[in-house]
Design a protein around this ligand. Structure first.
Ligand SMILES: [Zn+2]
Length: 177
């Protein structure tokens, strides 16, 4: 029984079965170090950041007051926490051919956001919309259409890179399931 429960423990971010009898019902635990409460209060990781912590009510209040997630941890805990978060993202980053940074939590990375912007798309655009936007924009600046046009060639390259970023991000999400 304890073995089955361990397999539900993904480490950080900490998702676990809400009750052992109902393993399908997953809840997110509070992101505050050492807290076992349900984390249902989102709080931005930094001003203007789309990334969110999920805290229990008490820790969300504490976080909003102090605005420093690491506060309250001693130095060893703080280093350990920072290291854990780095290594969690490191495997993800190393797997990427071009080494683009990623938020690692399934939300869009800064590179993806820039790529979407270049293609004139919103953050929730799916891969079909990405393909469509890329084709429409790329054909206007394609070297076959604008031979010898350095500006067009640059635009075409930027669009191609943006498309590649988004395509690879989509593939990574599929692997992760
Ligand atoms: Zn908490």
């Amino acid at each position: 029984m304890s073995k089955a429960r361990r397999s539900n423990d993904w480490g950080f971010p900490r998702w676990r079965g809400y009750e052992s009898a109902r393993e399908a019902a997953m809840v997110r635990l509070c992101d505050r170090h050492g807290c076992e409460e349900v984390g249902n209060c989102p709080a931005p990781k930094a001003p203007n950041s789309p990334d969110r912590w999920y805290f229990c009510q008490q820790h969300a209040a504490e976080y909003n007051q102090k605005w420093d997630y690491f506060e309250g941890l001693d130095k060893a805990e703080r280093d350990g926490r920072a290291k854990a978060e780095r290594s969690e993202n490191a495997g993800y980053a190393e797997a990427q051919h071009y080494g683009w940074a990623s938020s690692g939590d399934g939300s869009r990375s800064a590179d993806e956001m820039r790529s979407l912007e270049l293609l004139g798309l919103e953050a929730d655009a799916d891969i079909a919309a990405v393909k469509k936007a890329f084709r429409e924009r790329a054909k206007l600046v394609h070297p076959d259409v604008r031979p010898g046009d350095a500006e067009a060639a640059k635009s075409f390259q930027a669009l191609s890179l943006a498309y590649e970023v988004l395509k690879q991000a989509e593939e990574r999400r599929e692997w992760k399931g």
